[in-house]
Write a protein that binds this ligand. Structure first.
Ligand SMILES: *Cc1c(COP(=O)(O)O)cnc(C)c1O
Length: 417
């Protein structure tokens, strides 16, 4: 008799997405059993079809050489366009607002070139609480590049003392006090450490009211939350695709540039031939003619093999849709939360908000001893450790199950530390 386990089995039976697990390769333990893979927030699992999608491009390269640009089954010249529509669906954008290119930090820089335009009066950047290091480095270097001092120009959000979370009221307060000096608000969609999801629409509204430009780093939000970037209205966003978007290690990044900027060619930008009007790109003319929309930010012809793997993954997203994904995700994470609170609250403390609107699938668990992480790892759980004292676990709705969540908490409960 185990009512919790029975409940998990029942949920898995009823789960409309249960069959999608078999569309991914699940890493095995040494004994050949499936690991409990709760690390899709760091590197998403490989879609089974990724292999044939990549092989097809290798074969077309083998057969056609350079002529693959036009003669491959999916001609390489326009290959990135195959990704635009499904990616736009994932983030709730219009197709011309989105393009896949480069990697995330590179894109943050390129977008800041266009959207961080400081002057003497307005030069500050408001960033996330405890941001991902790369974002902080990128922002600091941009500030210095424009001749300002990061210690003065960068303002970091703070959690409210009572709730421990960043609140729109807290953001509003900073904007009320310093809004006229803030050139750019650039924060995460979901904080990588705490797992808190921010209200993109509200933050955009507050920042725009003060005349600030707003951008989001959606590394932990894309493929995790239901996003509506076009309607929410930030100026720009960027995200990587190797986390929830399962596109493979180091896979390409997506960018979003809001429709309102689509033909604003007065924005400074760093340019390359792939951003040039594609109708006349191969005339190899002297003068740069940017494309409208996000495509105009492209620099280089992109890596086809990497995009092929991404296409395999985005096909799955297009089939499932973010609504169904998010519905399961909320249930799965709520199940994890309730079991943790009931069974292992002496061992771990959840620092991620309990409100489903303020989190994605990840829960961050604060522990008193790192040994616990090593112990669960030895027992076939793949999660990750973030200094100083947090284990991040992300049950991903595409390939994780309710019984895995149950097993995870059962293993935690059995640990000595
Ligand atoms: C994963 C992640 C990155 C990684 O940047 P890359 O340029 O893809 O290496 C940057 N920022 C955030 C917030 C992330 O979560």
């Amino acid at each position: 008799m185990n009512p919790d386990f029975d409940y998990a089995l029942e949920q898995d039976r009823k789960d409309l997405l249960a069959s999608y697990r078999s569309r991914f390769h699940i890493p095995k333990t040494e004994k050949g059993e499936d690991t409990i893979y709760f690390c899709g927030n760091s590197l998403g699992l490989m879609p089974v079809t990724a292999e044939s999608y990549v092989m097809q491009e290798l074969e077309d390269w083998k057969i056609h050489g350079v002529e693959g640009h036009t003669r491959a089954r999916n001609p390489w010249v326009s290959y990135h366009e195959l990704l635009t529509h499904p990616m736009a669906e994932v983030v709730g954008a219009l197709p011309h607002e989105v393009v896949v290119m480069n990697s995330l930090t590179v894109n943050l820089h390129l977008l800041m070139v266009s959207f961080y335009r400081p002057d003497r009066g307005r030069y500050k950047i408001l960033i996330d609480y405890s941001p991902f290091p790369s974002d902080r480095y990128a922002v600091e270097s941009q500030v210095k590049y424009h001749g300002f001092d990061p210690a003065d120009a960068i303002i970091e959000l703070n959690p409210d003392p009572q709730s421990e979370y960043v609140s729109p009221a807290g953001i509003a307060e900073i904007l009320d006090r310093q809004g006229e000096e803030i050139a750019l608000v650039m924060i995460g969609g979901v904080n990588y450490y705490t797992g808190q999801a921010y209200d993109i629409r509200e933050i955009t509204r507050l920042a725009h009211r003060k005349g600030c430009v707003v951008g989001f780093d959606l590394a932990h939000a894309a493929g995790n939350l239901r996003l509506s970037l076009h309607d929410d209205g930030p100026d720009f966003a960027a995200w990587c695709s190797y986390k929830y978007l399962n596109s493979g290690p180091g896979a390409l990044s997506g960018i979003f540039v809001h429709d309102r900027h689509k033909s604003d060619f007065s924005l400074p930008r760093f340019t390359g031939w792939w951003g040039h009007d594609k109708k006349v790109r191969f005339l190899m003319g002297r003068d740069f003619i940017p494309m409208e929309g996000a495509e105009g930010w492209q620099l280089s012809n992109p890596p086809i093999l990497s995009m092929a793997a991404m296409r395999a993954s985005l096909d799955i997203f297009a089939e499932v849709g973010m609504d169904a994904l998010r519905q399961k995700s909320e249930k799965l994470t709520a199940w994890l939360e309730s079991l943790i609170k009931a069974k292992v609250s002496d061992k771990v403390r959840i620092i991620t908000p309990s409100d489903p609107d303020q989190r994605g699938c990840q829960l961050s668990l604060q522990v008193s001893d790192k040994k616990l992480f090593h112990t669960i790892t030895a027992k076939g759980i793949i999660a990750d450790w973030r200094e100083p004292d947090v284990i991040r676990v992300a049950p991903v709705p595409l390939y994780n199950s309710f019984t895995e969540v149950w097993k995870f908490v059962d293993i935690l409960a059995s640990c000595e530390v």
